[in-house]
Design a protein around this ligand. Sequence first.
Ligand code: HEM
Length: 413
Amino acid sequence: MAEQHETGTPLPNGVALTALDETYREDIHQVLDRLREEAPVHEDTELGRLILTRHDDVRGLLRNREWGVDPRKSSADSYVRLITGTNTPEGMDNYQPSMLFLDDPDHKRLRALVSQAFNPRAIEAMRRRTEEITQALLEEIDGREEVDLIADFAGPLPTLVIAEMLGVALEDRNHFKRWSDDLNFSFDPIRDEETNARIEASGEAMRSYFDKTIAARRAEPKDDLISDLVRAQEAEDSLNDEEIMSMCTLLLIAGNVTTTDLIGNGLYALLTHPDQMEKLKANPSLIENAVEEMLRFDSPVTDSARLPFNDEVIHGCPVKKGYTTYTSLAAANHDPSVYPDPHKFDIEREDTHHQSFGGGIHMCLGAPLARLEAQIGINAFLARFPNVRLSESPGKRRHLPSFRGFETLPVRL
Ligand code: HEM
């Protein structure tokens, strides 16, 4: 099925094309550059998917309305069925997709209900609270010699911001971080039984929390997103409780590890490129362009899936209806035919457009919020700790397919 121009060594397959593999984790572009050059439509026969790596192919497929995302329309043995647990009849019966895995008209209806909360004006209104939350986190670590950038700063910041938007009580916020960290592992196509049990337990705890909160907001609405969703439900009668719950869960999961990784990868890029670090410290107004370059250079989400509604052909390769086709956002962002010197980290790069937030109707809803948090978080961190440097003990990258970031990143302040 796939177009391949092999040059001796076989092309990577299966786990070697995920963050579970050490080479892919430590040097992702070594792997992706090869695919882009030798097999721009590469078939991962072990995990059941095609992978596109060229910028124009990725950009085009994400926006192509002949392709969708609902795993229930996919072939039983394909990658999206594995990650959504719909590869068994029981998993299929219990499946409650969020809008990330729904096609229109359901996708359109659900997205419209939350879009208001994420429009640029609404996000700008979160600026002051994001600054306060950032300063409170920095205050807590001030005075310490060494901290873990992830556990102590980049991890809690997005959880606290989204918890605030949703209206999650202060005392429940640590649970939320844990639940959402556990649920992320549903993106691992070969997770073991123990991980499945953890995902299940955290999913159950989160559902029961939202169940109670939805009832409480129905009785007594507040100024938060859960109350807005309950109001929308009452006004239009077009949203059921399961859908409110899936939406809240999606917002938590989609907004947490991704933004943590943008801040973590971004600060790591600065720490390993001292000339760029000095430039930003000397001129903090470069932060907007710098964050776009961070998104391009070390993309927090490495790939996103699409499934054709009908049999298709890409570059002469037939793709069966419903077969999982991954767009490698990380590869598209380093395509040398689009970006001069693509592996160079340059916060003043002129063209920093990227595919890191996906595209088309599923384009990341939280992009303005992620940008705001990263811009505020990174500049505030550098203003408070201008002498920050990597610790002697190295950071560890996370073993989570489709995401790219650090599990721990020790730094000296
Ligand atoms: C740097 C941080 C982030 C990155 C890199 C990121 C990336 C992505 C990507 C790649 C997609 C899939 C797009 C597609 O397939 O076309 C997506 C979807 C989504 N993201 Fe984000 N995201 C980030 C932060 C956030 C935040 C902070 C939120 C909200 C709190 C959020 C909410 C969503 C939602 C709701 C979707 C599903 C949209 C839909 O299906 O219509 N994301 N994101």
